[in-house]
Every structure is written in C-alpha cells, then in structure tokens.
Design a protein around this ligand. Sequence first.
Ligand code: 9WO
Length: 253
Amino acid sequence: MKNSESCKIHFAGLFTNNTMIIDILTLFPGMFRGPFEESIIQKARERDLVRINIHNIRDYTHDKHRTADDRPFGGGPGMVMKPEPIFECIEKLRTEKSHVIYLTPQGRRFNQALARKLVRETHLLLLCGHYEGVDERVREALVDEEISIGDYVLTTGAVPAMIVVDAVVRLLPGVLGDAESAVQDSFTENLLDHPHYTRPEIFRGMRVPEVLLSGNHQRIAEWRREQALKRTKKRRPDILEEAKKDESENKID
Ligand code: 9WO
C-alpha cells in the first residue's frame, strides 16, 4: 500500500488520462482524513479513476509563524485568509485544464445537474474558505466558479468540498457497478428514489409490497417509477420543474 502510494505520486503524470485529478486547498487538512478513505470513493482512488490530493495552504507561507490569515481592512470581527499563499498554491497546481472552485454560500447552487457538468472536467481545484473567507482578490483573479451546497453558514467550506467530491466521483465512468450506472443513465435520474425493501418479507407485521415479490420485472419497474414520481410530486415539485429547465439547457450546449 505504502509503495503503490509513492509510485502514484512519483508517476502522477501517467494518471492524467482517465484519472480525474482533484486538488483540495485547505487550512485544516485533518478534516479530510476519513471521508475519502472508505467505501466507494476509496475504491475509485485505488483503481486510479480519481486522484484526490489535500494541500495545506499554510505550507505556502514563508514567514516564521506561517501566517495564513490577517485582520480585515476596514475593521470588524474575525480574520480573512491572506491572498499570497493561496495565489502561490493555485498557481503551482493549476494548468490550462484546471477548473478552480470556491465553496461559498454566495455561489451557484450545487445540484445533480452541476455534478454532471463537473464530472466532464479533468482537473478540479477546490478552495475551502475558513474564518471569514478569502481575500476578495483571490475570487476575482483565480476562481472560475463559486458553488454553494445550500443556504446555511458553516464554519468552513471543507464539508461542502467533500460533498461536491462525493457527488462528482460517483459519476465517473467505472466507479459504480454496471447495474447502478444503468439506473443513473435512465430517465429516473431527475426523480426522488423509490422505496426499497429487503428481507424479511414480513417485519413486525409490516409487509413488503406484493408487486416486489411477483417476479414480474416489467410491473416492478412500473411500480418503482410510479412511486418515484408520486414522491417527487408530493415532496419536491421543484425538482420536476428543475428537470424541465435542465433539459432545455442541455439542448443549447
Ligand atoms: C459568515 C457570515 C456571518 C454573518 C452573515 C453572513 C455570513 N456569511 C458567512 C460566511 O460565509 N462565512 C464563511 C464560512 C467564510 C468562508 C467559509 N465558510 C463557509 C462556507 N461557511 N459556509 C460555507 C458554505 C460553502 C458552500 N455551501 C454552503 C456553505
């Protein structure tokens, strides 16, 4: 494991073909230990479908105290991330093909359509804000796209970065099994999921819907689609509207 890891780093250039590269810039690399080391994302990394590199912005400071933040001009509470180490880090990592993303509540709302757009990139660079955020000149000069995962304020952009990585990596060809990707490609993609059941057939008096035991795959598929539609209409009518919009957008590009 150790050996293959060092090989991958050494020969990183060889992995650019089918390997999506994701570089994450943060002041707290420790936050990323764990989430990418389990389950499907870990498997995708082991199979070189994606390379995820965590970079400590503090490593790009040069002063004795490794200062990455400073007080805001104009006053006010909190600290702002200094531009110099971020510029240096991004300028070292990026190529012509890089797509630089800043995670902020002020960004474009993240959804499945945006995940599908991002999976077409070859190199994602995710910048996580900490404290009060980054110096505005970083956003103006370096950031291609700002993304929000929802309307709430967190302590950092680290968890949003993980969410974007998770949603994008599972869309990479080969990450999910054939069966799962087939479902993804189908028209059901813009709906909420249908109900799922496993054994036992009767649990505490609650029965599995008869149709799922019928063995009639046509009927089962219809039932699932019907359930998904019903749920979506009832709980998230906005998703159905969004799906229509996506459709017309995709026709344009
Ligand atoms: C703090 C704040 C305080 C009062 C009113 C508005 C405010 N906004 C913020 C703020 O955005 N702070 C950020 C904390 C600075 C950058 C990192 N932080 C962050 C990113 N919090 N939440 C996100 C985030 C990113 C993507 N999607 C959702 C939330």
